[in-house]
Design a protein around this ligand. Structure first.
Ligand code: SF4
Length: 348
């Protein structure tokens, strides 16, 4: 029996193929098509970037190959600043979904692509907007500061967004008697409260990667490397932060590892940052802090969903694309821009 498709026009066939692709995208989250194994993906990606006037923004937690092909590598603050000012037509976001959403909010007229739509975030998932609305209602007269690691919908419910680079300064920029709700990360919130001496109302959310560092295993590692400095991201639990010689955002940790005289570091954050630390300090040694489970690594499973192959197929096909409803863009843009303004004033 002849298939109906035999009689369709070339235009319809392209449309049907596109619909198949979109259906598969929704199911798998990424374009899954064979790649010629002899292709030099680095060179192909460079070629596609020029052809399409595309820019690749990559988070420090991406795999080294992706970091090496990116136009800009940074943490959430740097990536937001870059997304706001780029003149490229297409932003390919090698990171997780909320980051691509932030780029879309800041550059709504640009196409924002994400190599794998299922690159989510346990921290963003830990704060469903409908529950946060009820939480907010319990604390009238409170200003809402949300960590950038949350959904666009949650940002739309906020007064100011922050990152781990500027959270302390943003809280300090507010009048002392201002009541504040801080979400979704309870560990970052507790650290900010301690640093600023403010009494923050915390949402009970956390990041699965930063919550699993083992105090006991870190103690043993420190005994084996007595000269190593222990550096940690403020999303880690209080018990782990208490052991740290330095606490800071991903960029803060990178800078500190270069400026410190120490030559050995135990690093408590997602292990992807170690690639940049080693590049900047080839004579120093970086040891990933051990997690509190049987797994040997502390990789973020969401960040690591992106691969060089998915990135190549994403630029080549112009899919998957991340879109945010116009109403959410209009509301979420205000607290993000407040953060960018405060950061610019503070020179961050
Ligand atoms: S490391 Fe944690 S906060 Fe960052 S994307 Fe992964 S789950 Fe989310």
């Amino acid at each position: 029996m002849l298939k109906a498709v035999t009689f369709t026009s070339a235009k319809t066939q392209i449309l049907l193929m596109r619909m198949d692709t979109l259906e598969e995208l929704n199911r798998k989250g990424f374009i899954d098509e064979p790649i010629n194994p002899t292709l030099d993906l680095f060179a192909e990606i460079e070629k596609l970037k020029k052809e399409k006037n595309a820019i690749i923004l990559a988070h420090y937690y991406q795999e080294p190959d992706i970091q090496d092909v990116a136009d800009y590598i940074g943490d959430s603050l740097g990536l937001s600043q870059e997304a706001a000012k780029t003149e490229a037509d297409i932003i390919v976001f090698a990171g997780v979904h909320f980051m691509a959403e932030t780029a879309k909010i800041l550059s709504p007229n640009k196409t924002v692509l994400l190599p794998d739509l299922k690159a989510g975030c346990s921290l963003a998932d830990s704060c469903p907007p409908h529950l946060f609305i009820k939480f907010k209602e319990k604390y009238p007269n409170h200003l809402v500061i949300t960590y950038v690691n949350c959904t666009a919908e949650l940002k739309a419910l906020s007064d100011i967004v922050c990152t781990s680079t500027n959270a302390v300064q943003i809280v300090e920029s507010l009048p002392k008697d201002q009541k504040i709700i801080f979400g979704p990360d309870k560990n970052l919130g507790a650290w900010v409260a301690k640093k600023t001496g403010r009494d923050l109302v915390l949402w009970n959310g956390a990041c699965m990667v930063h919550e699993i560092f083992s105090r006991e295993k870190i103690t043993k590692l420190k005994q084996r490397h007595p000269n190593a400095e222990f550096i940690a991201h403020p999303e880690c639990e209080e018990a782990v932060l208490q052991m740290a010689d330095y606490i800071g955002s991903t960029t803060g940790l990178l800078k500190y590892s270069s400026s410190s005289d120490a030559t050995e570091f135990i690093v408590a954050t997602e292990s992807g940052i170690i690639h940049q630390m080693e590049k900047a300090n080839p004579h120093k040694t970086f040891i990933p802090a051990p997690p509190n489970n049987n797994c040997a690594c502390n990789d973020c499973p969401y960040m690591k969903r992106n691969t060089l192959e998915k990135l190549y197929l994403c630029i080549k096909n112009g899919l998957p694309e991340v879109n945010v409803p116009a109403e959410i863009i209009n509301q979420a843009r205000i607290p993000i821009e407040r953060m960018l303004e405060i950061s610019a004033k503070l020179g961050l």
